[in-house]
Design a protein around this ligand. Structure first.
Ligand SMILES: [Zn+2]
Length: 382
């Protein structure tokens, strides 16, 4: 006991002797203003905002040199409530992140924690980095059912990868399913659903019949630069990735994906398009995992509703339909572009919105939940 107390005293005095500092050399980091008040042990911060990062949703940084003898408070003001997460995540090692309920949503963002280590990392939600995706791809790259192509390399040498997953790719009558994710860089939760889909498709338990009858074309991370640089991406200037479809797209990645969709649609029976997103972390869509219904009533509406009913029955997660209508005032979205160009063969084209807050059991979504959701979406095809 004496040793423990001595150790505590040493660690407290060491911590007190350290200068407060911000750790801002992380991949996918974002912090703009950041100041520390030792008297109240409070970190005041705001996300970095510029023309690509207009929303300021995403923050991700670490702090060290704060007091360990009292509560540590994080505080900021956000322009819009929907940008402030109900359940930000914290970590002591920048690897394992935990959800923490924040308590000041109406007047901005206030998070109080009892510090358990000398360093605390804080983020809008579970980060999902470009490097994590590359690790996943190197793990699965030798599968005989997978082909990985580089659609595009950016000026900073980041790759926009395309995965083709199937058995016997030469069979022409196969059903083609297109899936893309991270058109909006801050929507990290979508990437876990995407990873769940990929992991299931690559697993032993994946119904082998599915890979014989279907071909999956997947672009798991579209706006790689903004993800890498910790930018929010959504509503970026001059044009949001998901308002850049049709015409001649501004973003090279969108041009390449459109081209790849056109080529694959000639060779296979184009059946479904899924665009995986995450909603604003402070917005509530009924605390559920949601999808957009583009069609109102009719055959495609039934296809879409039946698909999600099947998903709900099997998975236990409750999805919710959100009505959407075509608008062109701020540009064409991916799901509309696919519907307009391939509506005659598509069963449906949809945007899948992943929530950040509470799951169907009333507890905050875990990474495992997101991976499970991805698995069950694919299983709904079986
Ligand atoms: Zn989005």
């Amino acid at each position: 006991m004496l040793i423990v107390i001595l150790l505590l005293i040493i660690s407290v005095s060491t911590a007190a002797a350290q200068e407060f500092s911000v750790i801002n050399n992380l991949e996918n980091q974002n912090v703009g203003f950041c100041a520390y008040d030792a008297a109240t042990n409070t970190v005041k911060f705001s996300p970095y905002v510029d023309s690509v990062n207009t929303c300021g949703v995403w923050f991700n940084f670490g702090v060290t040199g704060y007091r360990r003898d009292t509560v540590l408070t994080f505080k900021t003001l956000f322009a819009k409530t929907v940008h402030s997460p109900f359940f930000p995540t914290i970590s002591n090692d920048n690897i394992d992140f935990q959800h923490v309920r924040q308590s000041g949503i109406s007047g901005g963002f206030i998070l109080r924690i009892t510090p358990t280590a000398d360093t605390t990392y804080i983020s809008t939600g579970f980060p999902y980095t470009y490097s994590r995706l590359q690790i996943l791809l190197s793990e699965i790259k030798n599968s005989k059912y997978l082909q990985i192509d580089t659609l595009l390399s950016t000026a900073n040498n980041l790759n926009v990868n395309q995965l083709t997953i199937t058995k016997k790719p030469k069979r022409k009558h196969k059903k083609l399913v297109w899936i893309i994710c991270r058109q909006h860089a801050f929507e990290s939760v979508g990437s876990y659903v995407m990873e769940g889909m990929i992991r299931y498709l690559m697993s032993e338990s994946c119904n082998q019949k599915l890979l014989k009858t279907h071909i999956f074309k997947i672009v798991p991370m579209v706006d790689v630069e903004s993800v890498y640089n910790g930018q929010s991406g959504r509503m970026q200037l001059p044009v949001d990735f998901n308002r850049d479809w049709g015409g001649i797209p501004f973003h090279p990645a969108i041009r390449r994906i459109e081209q790849s969709i056109r080529e694959s649609a000639q060779n296979y029976s184009y059946s479904m398009f899924w665009d995986v997103h995450g909603m604003f972390p402070g917005g509530f869509e009924g605390n559920s995992f949601s999808y957009y219904d583009l069609y109102g009533n009719g055959k495609k509406h039934s296809n879409l509703v039946n698909f999600w009913h099947r998903f709900a029955r099997q998975s236990g997660f409750t999805p919710k339909s959100v009505k959407d209508s075509f608008n062109s005032y701020d540009g064409m979205t991916a799901d509309w572009w696919n519907e307009i160009n391939y509506g005659s063969t598509l069963q449906f084209s949809t945007t899948i919105e992943v929530d950040w807050n509470l799951n169907s059991r009333g507890v905050p979504y875990s990474i495992e939940d997101y991976l499970e959701i991805g698995k069950w979406i694919v299983k709904s095809l079986e």
